[in-house]
Design a protein around this ligand. Sequence first.
Ligand code: HEM
Length: 457
Amino acid sequence: MDGPAPAPPRIEPPRVAVATRPLTIMETVRKARRNVLEIVPALAYRQPMLSGVTVKRWHMVMDPGALERVLKDRVESYPKSPVTKRLLKPAIGDSLFNAEGAHWRWQRRAAAPVFAHRHLVALAPVMTAAAARSARRIGDEMSARGRIDAYEQMIAATFDVICDVALSGRETLDRDAVSTAISSYMETVGRVSLLDVLSVPTWVPRPATVFRRKSSDLRPLMDRVIAARADAPPREDLMDLMRFAEDPESGRKMTPAELRDNMLAFIVAGHETTALALSWALYLLAIDPAAQERARTEARAALGDGPAEAAHLPALTYVGQVLEEAMRLYPPAAFLARIALDDDRLCGRPIAAGDILMLPIYALHRHHMLWDDPDAFDPDRFAPEAAKSRHRYQYLPFGAGPRICIGMGFALMEAKLILATLLAKWRFAPDGPAPEPAMNLTLRPRGGVGLRAAAGV
Ligand code: HEM
């Protein structure tokens, strides 16, 4: 006699070691250097808010209602940390990502239509082509080495996309130079900014000089691409959409320098983050063969033998759920920071002007008051019905409120097209030690994501 269907096995992927006792300032510095998330105490996964003093008074906010107040209702009173902004400035100027107040508002108004759905659909063929190339590169790497590092592969795939839509094209670019400049930028600025968010004294050595040198490589490169565009016929890519974008209220357009800084901000904010969402999704599917089979069945039914295109997106619901669950467990932007400009109250506690607010998205997404079995991988949490009962501010991979990620639609489309294409073609299994989630600016898989890929049919 048939009994009830067996429950799917519980999959618990790697997580960050949590601090179970208060840390001294030097321990905080040491841990923040190694992995920022290790300074998040165990209590942060169970309490709505924690407060303390490490040089300055700080608060860690995990309560969805308080997060809504900080990120939306009182957004003007909680700007991004000025120190972080000053550090980012040499690389991305006063671009959308970095600006505040009126200078942020006009840029956001000008750039918002660039990311409208109809433009994203027009960019999709580039993503489809990059997905197909990625599937081929994985085959080549398997033939050459018998294994892949999914993180490296996904960095290559999203870099392909950004080159084609932001910089098209390949002809004006030294791809290796850009790639190296971006990754050393991420390596260095990540560590710098968190030490500063915590107001760690300036005598603690920082790799800022390295960062300035490396980030400066990117700017002249982008200037050359922009100059080459001045005489070229218009194209419908991100660069030209931004080149002709204007603020509907003032009619203001970007100067070449503003355009450069914003394009660099898109690359820095968009390329590695999307690769991370994909790498973690591939890893999670590799350790959960049943979920992988379900996603593959969906992808093959929609795609047949070709790569995924925009028209297939509505049929890729489970693939989308896998990505959402991957970004819950491993949010690429796992830790945001703000500073209080005014006195306020959050969760009934006083906030004083000058206090630092840490928003540990990683802990929010694994919070025991908000999620059932928070450390387990379960894409069904994001089934359309289940998602309806959630507080909007308990799941924030792209932030929220007026400063929500402007590239969210772009990133989700790209990630879905790439993941579906790879799953339809390949079957993935883990190879080697599990990656360690470690954060500096973004949440990276330390040790890489070792996988084997076999033809998936
Ligand atoms: C999975 C991929 C991505 C993730 C997880 C992500 C995450 C985020 C988050 C959390 C924020 C808010 C930061 C804060 O409030 O402090 C943000 C802002 C931003 N993101 Fe993304 N992002 C992704 C992809 C992209 C892409 C593809 C682009 C551009 C093409 C982009 C461009 C930006 C910009 C310009 C901002 C600043 C927006 C503003 O302040 O008005 N991001 N992103």
